[in-house]
Design a protein around this ligand. Sequence first.
Ligand SMILES: NC(=O)c1ccc[n+]([C@@H]2O[C@H](COP(=O)([O-])OP(=O)(O)OC[C@H]3O[C@@H](n4cnc5c(N)ncnc54)[C@H](OP(=O)(O)O)[C@@H]3O)[C@@H](O)[C@H]2O)c1
Length: 279
Amino acid sequence: MTLAGKTVVITGANSGIGLETARALAADGARVVMACRDPSRAAEARDALAASLPGAALELLTLDLASLADVRRAAAELAARHPRIDVLINNAGLFPFSRQLTADGFEMQFGVNHLGHFLLTRLLMPQLRAAGQARVLNVASMMHHLGQLDFGSLRGEQPYGAMKAYAQSKLCNVLFARELARRHGDEGLLAFSLHPGPVGTNIMGRSWLRRTLYRLVGAYMSPRRGARTSIHLAQAAGLEAHNGAYFDEYCKVKPGSARSRDMALAARLWEVSEACVNG
Ligand SMILES: NC(=O)c1ccc[n+]([C@@H]2O[C@H](COP(=O)([O-])OP(=O)(O)OC[C@H]3O[C@@H](n4cnc5c(N)ncnc54)[C@H](OP(=O)(O)O)[C@@H]3O)[C@@H](O)[C@H]2O)c1
């Protein structure tokens, strides 16, 4: 299904998987809003894309998911620019090695990887509804299999473990997609989560040493290959039967962890997230 003439919003579109997703969807004719935290890195990425795709419809939006106030500002700006949003790709993510807090005092990975996206999605519901059959994609990870939800440490109260926090945030991505589909599927909204594969990107940090080690040890796919499932879920027809599902890097539906299928946990995460963003 072509996305020509459709509006696609991608968070973290200046780098890695998000950048390659933006490239493919813009090449398909979509108007792509690149929602990024650093305006100069975003402009650089947009200029590079524009140079390789003459005539592509690319827009920049400044969005720092580590600040709920900034998420509200960016969502309002987006709503003013676009009454309809056809595809929202919650792609941005980070993996800090030491404990950090967001502007609102949440543990950084929970705050950025999940809570900022939760609020963004909730605020954009009118624009998603206006699109008819809109899609929301959460770029999660197979690491969600290691994830548990510690509702008593969302502000980093317990000792920090980078992988534990990452796995928790990625479990949130999977649960949030399932609950979004459950709550809004009857309005035509499709919501999915996905694992992009192990991909050589900046997620482990920008230093040359870290990136090289990560590529050697854990990551072997190119960002272009790693964007494949995001692109598929944005474009493919006939996904209604899989609403809420988790997909792997080969675009196949996978069950995900038992915890990620616990709909009582998904409902609780939704309620707790509402309280966090309204608190
Ligand atoms: N790479 C893998 O092996 C892998 C595996 C499974 C899942 N994933 C997931 O894939 C997604 C994309 O990651 P990637 O691998 O492509 O890494 P990446 O190249 O580091 O891209 C991450 C993007 O998120 C942005 N970001 C970070 N913090 C943000 C914030 N506070 N507000 C807005 N944007 C923010 C980054 O912006 P800056 O450029 O300004 O830092 C960057 O654009 C993530 O959700 C990650 O968890 C990756």
